[in-house]
Ligand binder design. Structure first.
Ligand SMILES: Cc1ncc(COP(=O)(O)O)c(C=O)c1O
Length: 386
């Protein structure tokens, strides 16, 4: 049996896979089992921050692998402690809890919010406001946090205590007044929801509300984080100070990791035994993440913003393109053609792009060379106008 047949026979069919078997990659270029090359503008959905098989990252990861691959959280390890310090230094947050995925990072944030509410506001202050069209993960509680009915179907009843609001300040304030709320949790750009950036004024209002109503401001930076939007974390575009920041995906450059960063108000919320994760803070993942975070410096972030500007300018005026949304290298394109058709045609022509709802979505490696990016964008333009 070949890979396609094996997968079909034995892997639970939870994904709509494309008929593509990637066997190798370098930088922004992927190679399939027939030797065909593709420019990858998906980065494994915002995970491969520096593309495939980046040499520096491989060195950092293999160096740790040769030392040891795992201990347990009963012992101290340097990569975990070092990464936590780097994240705190770069964000001003005070403590970090490590896990394995975005959903797990958000689960932790929700636990933090509930404990904060109970201890500081009152026993029934467990409600969390999230936004319609948000996406926070696939576990039962993060599905409940996700403000999209389509994801809830089949899995009811979900964890209670989530209130879904439009990205509208009046609606959010009404919900804060009418319910016992402990936190507002949101993405600065709703990625899975269709690459929908929030208005700067709305983000600032949410920050004001968190002060006014003494609720936690929780920013889900699972997709937007780690340089993706042209700042280390996307909330930094707006000068706000969240109480909790979650991230995952691109943090370790392609290894599983989740991080829940805790600000001053909640830095002491956990005590031994209150949360845990066998693989959380895994030294190999953390060594990869230390390398990635070190390299997301001002020069790289500037490059991300320049590439973004180029994509916006080029695509906004292209035939067959109705609109372009997003921030940094997290881009949604509304095309006249059906998004799925654009993805398929781009793939045929050697460019890998994604969808988000009815849009074509781009999440290229942060360090994609300009000439490679231009080549791929030319293909997208061609496909859109045909
Ligand atoms: C904003 C956001 N939060 C959470 C998640 C869930 O992350 P994971 O798939 O690592 O559990 C995702 C995944 O797409 C995401 O985009």
């Amino acid at each position: 049996m070949n890979v396609f047949e094996l997968d079909k026979e034995y892997v639970a069919p939870t994904y709509g896979r494309f008929p593509l078997n990637i066997v190798k990659g370098k930088g922004a270029i992927a190679l399939d089992c027939d030797g065909k090359e593709y420019i990858d503008l998906g980065s494994g959905i915002a995970v491969n921050s520096f593309g495939f098989a980046d040499s520096e990252w491989i060195d950092a990861v293999t160096k740790q692998l040769h030392l040891f691959q795992h201990t347990s959280n009963l012992y101290y390890t340097e990569p975990c402690a070092l990464l936590a310090k780097m994240l705190c230094d770069r964000t001003g947050m005070k403590k970090v809890f490590f896990s394995n995925s975005g959903a797990e990072a958000n689960e932790t944030a929700i636990k933090v919010a509930r404990k904060y509410g109970c201890e500081n506001l009152g026993k029934d202050y467990y409600n969390i406001i999230t936004l319609k069209n948000s996406f926070h993960g696939r576990t039962h509680t993060t599905l409940a946090a996700t403000g999209q009915d389509a994801f809830h179907e089949h899995f009811l009843p979900l964890t209670e205590g989530f209130i879904y609001c439009e990205a509208d300040e009046n609606e959010v304030e009404k919900a804060l007044k009418e319910n016992k709320v402990c936190a507002i949790m949101f993405e600065i750009v709703r990625g899975e929801g269709g690459v929908l950036p929030l208005e700067s004024s709305f983000v600032k209002k949410l920050s004001e509300f968190s002060e006014k109503y003494n609720v936690l401001l929780v920013v889900d930076e699972v997709q937007t984080g780690n340089g993706r939007t042209g700042m280390l974390y996307s909330y930094m575009h707006y000068g706000i100070t969240p109480d909790v920041v979650t991230t995952a995906k691109g943090l370790a450059g392609g290894l599983p990791i989740g991080a829940t960063m805790l600000g001053e108000k909640v830095e002491n919320i956990f005590a031994p035994g209150l949360n845990g994760s066998t693989f959380g803070g895994n030294p190999v993942s953390c060594a990869g993440a230390v390398n990635i975070i070190n390299r997301i410096d001002d020069a790289l972030l500037k490059e991300v913003r320049e590439k973004s500007e180029y994509i916006f300018k080029t695509l906004e005026n292209a035939e067959g393109v109705e609109s372009v949304t997003g921030l940094g290298l997290m881009i949604g394109i509304k095309t006249k053609k059906e998004a799925k058709a654009v993805v398929n045609e781009c793939m045929e022509r050697g460019v890998l792009v994604l969808t988000a709802k009815d849009k074509v979505r781009l999440l290229p490696p942060l360090n994609i060379p300009f000439d490679v990016l231009k080549k791929a964008i030319d293909v997208i333009i061609d496909v859109c106008k045909e």
